[in-house]
Design a protein around this ligand. Sequence first.
Ligand code: OOG
Ligand code: NI
Length: 465
Amino acid sequence: MTWDQDALRAQFCQALSEMYKSEVPLYGDLVDLVRKADAEAVKASQKAQTADAVDPDDVLPSRNRVERHGAIRLGTAYELSTIRRVFAVMGMYPVGYYDLSAAGFPMHATAFRPRTREALARHPFRVFTTVLRVELLTQRTRDLARRALGRRKIFTDRLVALVELAEKHGRLGPDECREFVVEGLETFRWHSRATVTMDEYRVLREEHPLIADVVSFPGCHINHLTPRTVDIDSVQKMMRDRGMPAKERVEGPPRRQCPILLRQTSFKALEETVYFRDAGDAFVKGSHTARFGEVEQRGYALTRKGRQLYDRILLVVNDESARRNANAAEYETMLAEYFKRFPDDMAQLQSQELAYFCYRLTHQSLGEVKDGSMTLSQLLESNTIEYEPITYEDFLPLSAGGIFNSNLGEASLSKQLVIEADADLDGFQRMLGTSIMDEFHLYERMQRDSLENCREQLGLDEIIF
Ligand code: OOG
Ligand code: NI
């Protein structure tokens, strides 16, 4: 068998999904709802063509069915740089920097994910990975965190050995791949026995619930695993109809003809029984709230210009809804109203350079050879070239913030300190041991490569964008 990173990533994600299903059965229910909602959405859009039952698997791109993102929270530079090496074995690399301090979280993050169109199409597994900024904690909490984190080991020795092997040989054999999945799962597994005492947990929690979640356990349990749907409003309705503890509204942009970026909703974190050490090293029963369920719908990747427009509109909506103390329904109305400023038409998104697209030759143009240079709009007008939107493969910190908030309630002694902190990309990259790739750069490259392909096939010297 040949070395296939994409297959290893797919296997790992599948195994993680099975593990999480057994840990959090509500996650399994949510995956079922997504399947139902997608089947209905596909059926509705095909009603004109056929009266037969449709299987969404036959209609949706295969990646949609298996697509998941997860999230983990780490404590130290060693943990971050090691998880980077683990993910690299599966073809997942750090893309994008997310500063969460502005929302009051003493953490920053990146997303590990595949980078190329081909790898994303084969399996787009991604993991949002945050790391604690200990320098933003109060002295007492910092000491506690350092002590607890210094004692734990979140990777098995065998996993680290397999990573070293993969780095040395540039591949793993079939047996090693199977072992890698088994050993890797251990890092993400839930542990109900805390490494701290209940008093220590309380101190951590009082400063911020997320600090307690990062510091108190022997592993970095996956805190949610998110399936992708094509109709999030329908999933949201189903969740609420079934009495799942769903959030009041879907986060992110409103429903549109041309979906952009990312829309997400979630059900609230579960209260779970955990055991804390007491002074005599026996275990006492307590509880912890961290793991939740989430679902996402992905739309077009926006250019910097598009993203700025999106951020501006959202800021106005958030300001105004805060001023008016708007409820969920009022917020929804405001969102729809203000987003009328964001073109909802594929041709406008393309011509105004608000979103990224992949270009290709139309059927009628195949084989045609032209000379010299032509502008992209000439080629579009003459129906020589067509385009399709590039999917947004990243995250939305603001909506992540919303999800964090809804799951963790009120908090924080040192919140002001955190909110006033600056982003620290350099510090993050030092902990990571490598640099982070800029997500806009990746989308731009996909767009450019697709145009370059067209240019070559048409035999042109240049396509003027
Ligand atoms: C990460 C939250 C970020 C998302 O979907 O935006 C995230 C966390 O809760 O640790 O997963
Ligand atoms: Ni998420």
